[in-house]
Design a protein around this ligand. Structure first.
Ligand code: SF4
Ligand code: SF4
Length: 283
C-alpha cells in the first residue's frame, strides 16, 4: 500500500445547495443550534438536510476517551446540563427534522455513563416531535446492561453502535474500547427487541479486505441489520494517518458482499458517514 498523496477526485466535496439546506442553515445560525453536520462540516449536508435528517451530539463536546481517529476533544468533560434534552428537542422542532440521529461523547466519568440524559433526550424529543423518528448512536456503556436497558426502554427506531474498524486494528484505533465488547453490545440490543440495530466501520486505516469481510460476518452473527462503510479521513496531523484511499469499486464490492450476507441495508462509499441516509434504515 502506497501512502496516499492528496485526496482522490471522488473525495472532493461539493458545496451543499438546495432550498431546504439554505433554509435550515439559516435557522441553525440564527438559533445557535449544534449539529454534528455543521461542526464536522460533513460533505453530505445538502443531501441529508434536504431529506430532513440531521445528527445532534449530547453530553457536551469533551470526551473521556481518546480514539486515534476522532476529532472530538479529550479531557475532563463539563458537568451534565439537565436542560439539554429540552434544548435538543427544541432544535429538532425548529429545524423540522423528520429523522434525527442522536449521538454523544463517552462519559466514563459518570456513574450512569450518561444513560439517563440519553433516555431523557429521547423522551423530550418524542414529546415535542411525535412524528420524528430516531436513531440513537450510542457508546458501549462499557457493556453494562442497566445502562443499555435505559436506551432500549425508550424505544428508538434504530440503535447503532460503531465498530469503527476491524478486529486487529481496534486497539490502535479506539484504545479504550474492545472489539468483542462492542459486538456483545449489538447482540444484546437485538436480543432485547430493538427494532433495528446498526454499526459502522471506516476504511483506509490499513485493514485488509478479508478483515473487513470478517467484521461484516461478525456483525451479521450478532444479528445487526444495517452496516455503513466509509473512508477514514484524518481530522488533523495529530490523528492516525490515512493509509489508503479505497477505490469506489472496492466500496461497491463490500456493498454486494454485505447484501449477500443478509444485511437489510449496506451504505458503502467514500463519503458515507454512519448517519448518511439514516432515514432509510428504520425499514
Ligand atoms: Fe449530518 Fe450525518 Fe448527514 Fe453528515 S451524514 S450531514 S453528519 S446526518
Ligand atoms: Fe470520539 Fe467517540 Fe472515541 Fe470519544 S469515544 S474519542 S467521541 S469516537
Amino acid at each position: 500500500v502506497h501512502p496516499p498523496k492528496g485526496k482522490p477526485k471522488w473525495l472532493r466535496v461539493k458545496l451543499p445547495t438546495g432550498k431546504k439546506y439554505t433554509q435550515l442553515r439559516g435557522l441553525v445560525d440564527k438559533y445557535d443550534l449544534h449539529t454534528i453536520c455543521t461542526s464536522g462540516s460533513c460533505p453530505n449536508m445538502g443531501e441529508c438536510w434536504g431529506e430532513g435528517t440531521a445528527t445532534f451530539m449530547i453530553l457536551g463536546n469533551v470526551c473521556t476517551r481518546s480514539c486515534g481517529f476522532c476529532g472530538v476533544k479529550t479531557g475532563r468533560p463539563e458537568t451534565v446540563d439537565w436542560a439539554e434534552p429540552e434544548k435538543v428537542a427544541r432544535s429538532i422542532k425548529i429545524m423540522g427534522i423528520k429523522h434525527a440521529v442522536i449521538t454523544s461523547v463517552d462519559r466514563d466519568d459518570l456513574k450512569d455513563m450518561g444513560s439517563i440524559i440519553w433516555a431523557e433526550t429521547v423522551k423530550a424529543i418524542r414529546r415535542m416531535n411525535p412524528e420524528t423518528t430516531l436513531e440513537t448512536l450510542i457508546p458501549d456503556f462499557q457493556g453494562i446492561e442497566r445502562h443499555l436497558d435505559r436506551i432500549v426502554a425508550v424505544g428508538p427506531e434504530v440503535v447503532s453502535h460503531n465498530m469503527e474498524t476491524v478486529k486487529r486494528l481496534t486497539r490502535e484505533v479506539r484504545i479504550q474500547a474492545k472489539y468483542e465488547r462492542s459486538l456483545e453490545v449489538l447482540r444484546y440490543l437485538h436480543d432485547k427487541g430493538v427494532n433495528r440495530t446498526k454499526s459502522g466501520i471506516m476504511l483506509g486505516l490499513g485493514e485488509l479486505e478479508e478483515e473487513v469481510i470478517e467484521t461484516m460476518k461478525d456483525l451479521r452473527n450478532a444479528n445487526v441489520d444495517v452496516v455503513t462503510i466509509g473512508q477514514y479521513l484524518q481530522p488533523s496531523k495529530k490523528h492516525l494517518p490515512v493509509k489508503e484511499f479505497i477505490l469506489p469499486e472496492q466500496f461497491k464490492k463490500y456493498e454486494e458482499i454485505g447484501l449477500e450476507m443478509g444485511f437489510r441495508h449496506v451504505e458503502s462509499g467514500a463519503l458515507v458517514r454512519s448517519s448518511y441516509k439514516a432515514h432509510k434504515h428504520i425499514n
